[in-house]
Design a protein around this ligand. Structure first.
Ligand code: SF4
Length: 418
């Protein structure tokens, strides 16, 4: 049955993600469906190679007592405000889930009033889903920094993944853009969740039985940073992330390129190129899955990742002594550092080269190598595979080309839903 009040609330909340870059605007989806579920925000997560999970991403409320300078939901910005009660949010999610539109849930929220009250509502959503409705699937929830320890523990026990918005890599820069937030409070809460995730993993490794209400267990926490809203460099961001990840329990960082939002103190600040956000994801990926250490990442003199080159190519060009690499003899660890060779292709080469005769680029392509990128860095039985490296063509394009002269001001930020 239709509920016009709920329809109205959802229309307001979902419009804050209408300009997100990660796919089709949500209002283009399910446009023929009627009722409260119409303006859905379904996005896709890739939990592992070849896997895909659909998530309903939803804001519990766009009301906020905080006044972060970059945020479309900041207290002083005039806009319609609304909130979903825990049972309304649960009803919306279960309706979408039963229709087969989504497998899991991602909840984020503004902070109207005290963090402990918002956390109570989040916990209530998760308790309703897990205990009353026996939903055992994926739930990702944004933790509100400044909550009580018992609330953090309860939320972490019920969620599949908990994330925290750091926004900036240190307290000094956080104070410039989010005067109501405390870096040390965020750090304290981060450490609590991280240690709970590590403890749960250890208990499972030692044979603790699966909780039927939480069958997936804790899948690691995430953290979010706004890129370019402060003068912090990519080197500083990745340095902070490496330190936070060192003790385990962290899945991956999220980056949101800063966008100037209308009617905010940062309306006239230049947008951060989306390419910078992309390069940070690539660099974080190298640190996670390719065996690179933080001090191997190559930065431009300004401390940022080069925009014109992906981080792996930048490293390869900075280390000519490592190349060309002989495909027949190179280790997995060496192969995976070649631009155009990922972990899957590197593993296939190592596993198959003794039994399969590799004759040239087309054979490597069949194993998953992006030969246009990798060819110039490889030899096969001593023979160069490509004389010109694709990277040599990059001189035709300057990184600043991506930073347009036009100043665009937005109504929403992709960070609203990350
Ligand atoms: S970033 Fe979060 S806390 Fe800050 S104003 Fe926006 S919703 Fe509120």
């Amino acid at each position: 049955m239709r509920n016009p009040d709920l329809d109205q609330k959802l229309a307001i909340l979902m419009s804050l993600a209408a300009d997100d870059r990660e796919g089709l605007p949500p209002r283009l989806r399910h446009t023929k469906d009627v009722g409260a579920l119409r303006p859905l925000n379904i996005r896709y997560l890739r939990p592992g190679p070849g896997m895909r999970m659909s998530l309903l991403r939803i804001l519990m409320t766009n009301a906020c007592s905080y006044n972060c300078h970059y945020c479309p939901m900041r207290r002083d910005r005039p806009m319609p405000r609304t909130l979903l009660k825990p049972d309304e949010l649960v009803r919306i999610f279960l309706g979408a889930h039963q229709r087969g539109w989504c497998q899991g849930l991602f909840i984020t929220t503004g902070i109207p009033g005290r963090p402990v009250k918002v956390m109570d509502d989040l916990i209530q959503v998760l308790e309703l889903l897990r205990e009353r409705h026996h939903f055992g699937g994926y739930i990702h929830v944004k933790l509100v920094a400044g909550s009580e320890t018992s609330q953090i523990d309860r939320l972490t026990a019920l969620a599949s993944r908990v994330s925290l918005n750091f926004e900036a890599p240190c307290g000094k820069s956080l104070a410039q853009i989010a005067p109501d937030k405390s870096f040390s409070t965020t750090l304290h809460d981060f450490e609590r969740v991280r240690s709970l995730v590590v403890r749960e993993r250890e208990a499972r490794a030692h044979g603790r039985p699966t909780d039927p209400l939480h069958p997936g267990g804790a899948s690691g926490m995430t953290m979010q940073f706004v890129v370019g809203a402060t003068p912090d460099t990519d080197q500083s961001l990745l340095g902070t992330i490496s330190r936070l990840k060192a003790a385990g329990g962290v899945h991956h960082p999220h980056f949101s390129a800063f966008r100037p939002i209308s009617d905010t103190p940062m309306e006239n600040v230049q947008a951060t190129p989306a390419l910078r956000e992309h390069r940070l994801y690539q660099a974080a990926h190298l640190l996670d899955g390719y065996g690179f250490s933080p001090d191997e990442v190559v930065y431009a003199p300004d401390g940022n990742l080069p925009l014109a080159l992906d981080p792996k190519s930048a490293w390869a060009l900075a280390h000519p002594e490592q190349f060309p690499l002989e495909v027949q003899r190179a280790s997995y660890e060496e192969l995976v550092r070649v631009p155009g060779i990922g972990p899957v292709a590197a593993r296939r080469i190592v596993d198959q080269r003794a039994t399969v005769s590799l004759r040239g680029l087309s054979d490597l392509r069949k194993l998953g190598v992006v030969t246009t990128r990798a060819g110039g860095f490889l030899t096969l039985r001593g023979r160069r595979l490509q004389t010109t490296r694709w990277t040599e063509q990059l001189g035709f394009w300057a990184p600043e080309d991506d930073v347009g002269a036009q100043h665009i001001v937005y109504q929403v930020s992709p960070g609203t839903f990350r």
